[in-house]
Design a binder for this molecule. Structure first.
Ligand code: FAD
Length: 506
């Protein structure tokens, strides 16, 4: 007798463990406190996964599989993945577990340590295997995503004309990066009314996780593949064409803009990355979507997403503990929704609380930028991102946070730290107009904190970044400022950080 383990982010009917299943195998699925509580996950994230797991289990049963499913409130539930496997093995006399490799070192180790044999099959829902990524990385001085991405384009044939990229270029980012304007007619992602299964899960989550940061209702995410396919179709038909130009834009009270909101479904396994990209490429081929949008979107998935996973597994289990900049300030309460006078932070954190979602530039250039400039402990930043986003799993969250956003890995992911003064946020958003601070003020009581902290960060880390070709020039600007102004900026930054640490409203 054998057990087949299906984890909450493995809800794919063609999963390697399911392909290996025989008719008499027992499929084990479990809602466990050890996973739901490893960080204080956003209630919508827990609800999304539990509802999607219950519906996936029902689909497996309808296909004739035997599923041993433990709900969180099942009194027999041992509340951990290893515990559930051992309990089911004892119940059914099973002597072997077949799993698809989890996306987190912690769980891989837990399965390896089980007292019964576990076969961990490769997760081939990703385009690049561990061996393929290792071979790509081997001997390279810099692991730049762009080169990896080109290999993935060649491998998949997406937007390729023979061995050349469609349109003669691999990357059309110079056509992108435009600010957006408020538009009441902009399409919004489809909303799904909770059905009976989801409603029951919402009640459970409400009762069991009352103190977790984030609003549970209204809950409008899809929770099965059919719904996820509707989100995909809607995005391709209504938003993808404008995705490219506006992917870096941020707008007050418009949390989604032209983004796809597909990451929850792709990461949980309800959609495959390749089918999503193929749909985008087909829409371009049919003349419905401009090339820079299709290319930009496909690059995020077969480029960034695959690359981030490659980095996570290449760098090893200690990755989330890295902190080359020695940052140790505690994560301030503004990240948990405390009042703030910084409108950009209020917007990014507010929509995170409401939807368990923020788009890439909000994560990178608002909450991430602020944490890096303010010298927040990257591990605390990592745990925050892992907790609050509906799409967050360590394999993708950690390289984005520890690597790209916090530079805590010393430049494995990014060749420079993603830091900016208030100017970038002003250029790419309409946040600054409604802010208590003044983005034009570089010093003084109303100076935008990003302006103060930007210089303070660079000066604190001058030795490391002065010779960096992508950011080093900023030091010449700093050196040209008169000494009084430099002193004022640093004193204002220090005063701001003192207020931040004291828990004052900043
Ligand atoms: P879109 O903007 O519509 O992009 C399309 C797809 O591209 C996404 O669905 C996603 O699958 C993929 N994608 C885009 N950028 C990345 C990236 N950098 N890494 C991996 N995939 C990418 N993404 C996660 O899936 N989980 C995370 O926990 C996560 N944490 C992040 C933390 C930080 C600090 C930053 C800067 C980025 C993070 N990202 C994460 C990447 C990105 O922000 C999200 O994938 C994206 O916002 C999801 O929304 P969307 O589906 O509307 O994306």
């Amino acid at each position: 007798m054998r057990l087949i383990l299906i984890l909450g982010d493995q809800l794919s009917h063609d999963l390697s463990a399911l392909r290996a299943a025989r008719p008499d195998d027992i499929i084990v699925m479990a809602e466990v406190a050890s996973e739901a509580g490893c960080v204080p996950h956003h209630p919508q994230k827990i609800a999304f996964l539990f509802a999607a797991m219950r519906k996936f289990a029902a689909e497996l049963r309808a296909k004739g599989h035997t599923v041993a499913y433990a709900t969180l409130d099942d009194p027999d539930n041992s509340q951990s993945i290893p515990g559930e496997l051992l309990r089911r093995a004892a119940d059914h006399g099973a002597t072997l577990v077949i799993a698809t490799e989890p996306g987190e070192w912690r769980l891989i180790a837990a399965l390896s340590d089980l007292p019964i044999p576990v076969t961990q099959l490769p997760d081939d829902r990703f385009l690049a295997s561990h061996a393929e990524f290792e071979a790509w990385a081997d001997g390279r001085k810099e692991l730049r995503m762009e080169w990896f991405y080109r290999d993935m384009r060649r491998k998949t044939g997406l937007l390729m004309e023979g061995d050349q990229p469609a349109g003669g270029q691999w990357n059309f980012d110079h056509d992108n990066r435009k600010p957006a304007r408020a538009d009441l007619l902009r399409a919004r992602p489809p909303r799904f009314e909770p059905d009976a299964v989801t409603a029951q899960v919402l009640d459970l989550v409400e009762a069991r996780f009352p103190d977790n940061f984030g609003r549970l209702r209204p809950f409008t995410y899809a929770t099965d593949r059919a719904g996820a396919l509707q989100v995909l179709d809607h995005f391709i038909a209504h938003s993808l064409d404008e995705f490219g130009p506006y992917q870096d834009a941020m707008l007050q009270d418009d949390p989604f803009l032209h983004h796809s909101i597909l990451s929850p479904y792709i990461n949980a396994g309800l959609l495959s990355p390749l089918e999503v990209c193929q749909a985008a490429a087909d829409a371009h081929a049919a003349g419905k979507v401009r090339l820079n949008s299709a290319e930009g979107f496909i690059r995020q998935i077969i480029g960034w997403r695959e690359y981030m996973r490659g980095i996570y597994f290449l760098e090893g289990p200690d990755y989330t503990a890295r902190n080359v900049l020695g940052h140790d300030r505690a994560l301030p309460p503004v990240y948990w929704g405390a009042p703030t006078r910084m409108n950009c932070m209020a917007q990014a954190v507010g929509q995170t609380r409401d939807h368990a979602y923020a788009h890439h530039i909000q994560r990178l250039m608002v909450t991430g930028n602020f944490a890096l400039l303010a010298g927040i402990d990257p591990h605390q930043v990592h745990e925050w991102y892992l907790a609050v986003y509906i799409d967050a799993y360590e394999w993708v969250e950690a390289p984005n946070v520890i690597g790209m956003s916090q530079f805590a890995d010393g430049g494995v992911v990014g060749s420079k730290p993603y830091v900016s003064s208030g100017n970038y946020i002003h250029k790419m958003s309409d946040y600054c107009g409604g802010c208590a601070y003044k983005v034009a003020d570089k010093t003084g009581p109303r100076a935008c904190p990003f302006n103060l902290l930007y210089w303070d960060f660079l000066v604190r880390h001058r030795e490391r970044f002065e010779r960096n070709p992508r950011i080093g020039r900023a030091f010449a600007t700093w050196d040209r400022m008169d000494a009084d102004r430099r002193d004022r900026i640093r004193a204002d930054a220090a005063a701001f950080l003192t207020r931040l640490e004291a828990g004052e409203v900043v």
